[in-house]
Design a protein around this ligand. Sequence first.
Ligand code: PMP
Length: 458
Amino acid sequence: RYQSLGYNRVLEIHKEHLSPVVTAYFQKPLLLHQGHMEWLFDAEGNRYLDFFSGIVTVSVGHCHPKVNAVAQKQLGRLWHTSTVFFHPPMHEYAEKLAALLPEPLKVIFLVNSGSEANELAMLMARAHSNNIDIISFRGAYHGCSPYTLGLTNVGTYKMELPGGTGCQPTMCPDVFRGPWGGSHCRDSPVQTIRKCSCAPDCCQAKDQYIEQFKDTLSTSVAKSIAGFFAEPIQGVNGVVQYPKGFLKEAFELVRARGGVCIADEVQTGFGRLGSHFWGFQTHDVLPDIVTMAKGIGNGFPMAAVITTPEIAKSLAKRLQHFNTFGGNPMACAIGSAVLEVIKEENLQENSQEVGTYMLLKFAKLRDEFEIVGDVRGKGLMIGIEMVQDKISCRPLPREEVNQIHEDCKHMGLLVGRGSIFSQTFRIAPSMCITKPEVDFAVEVFHSALTQHMERRAK
Ligand code: PMP
């Protein structure tokens, strides 16, 4: 424990020295001291089951012993070189990571955060296509840096200040919130209650959303575009899934206009979706550029952009690109250890098995509680959207969702939040999670909902 700082002192320092633009969860934010695998411990020694893994980042468990051992070894050997020198951890890592992607995605740029990775991907798309316009979905989160803020379309982060220019939002084909619904249309063991007109497997809703996409292409952007960014499942927007087949058609439309397709795997990559290692594979598409961060380093700051030799050359032709810490020895050694742990401990398979088990259990709560409007997701990326009732599907007011969130915390369960009115609970634990822990979490959530319904009835 850190004995030097008590909670009140931390609050004082926070108020005085830390920027108010960054907000924390809970009325009394947690002061965390320690983490072990899927558990976190606060200053008073209370333990919490971490079902948000530091915002979908701690992929293999807090302070995983193997990752820690590798980090400690590298710490004593070499921390930093900058890219003007070579060092084996970078080359070992590049080879290992490239082996996990399909050809021709094999040229890697190592950076330090998801925003940086997406900035670089924007630059590459423009350098390669010689076009400017880039499209992203409403509700997308691709970063908070000035350039990527053009792509991010979540109201909370969109400041009325000049951001990335040449970025065009397009309708998100959200089968729960979108105008055409989409029952039977999403790649999840649980389908939405928002019915579309199609029979199982035919996906007419997808065609309607594609018409909207075409409309953006013909009315909002220049004749030729630079690129299209998509998360395989939207994270910050509340685990939003698109109809099956949508991305495939959208990619074709973008390429026909000279643009490149970018998959943002910052939340969905590294086996989290269970059935596949990368989220784009669940849509049966091959992007031109893939960006990744968060789970790549199990919480260590690192990120990557992977592309084809041809696109990499287009950027190299322009000039040089430099990044002091990108590909540093610590990050690369840790990144390699994370990949080994995912493989050795079958964590992708665990995401599939335990994730599906959890999703089906949470889906039962949708049947039981009027205020649970949608349960969705894939593997260990799950969203539970709270509504006022299942007929209107209007979002449950923020104060009510806050109360349920607080109640879960008091019972030892940490979950995340998402969606435009913060009405969706996001569940994305470390991939080492077990079924008994899921049982505990579902029980806590059930009790929080029951308490809430009692409060509402009063
Ligand atoms: N893309 C996605 C899908 C994200 O969820 C995030 C972070 N929430 C980012 C990019 C930006 O990553 P970072 O915070 O590391 O800059």
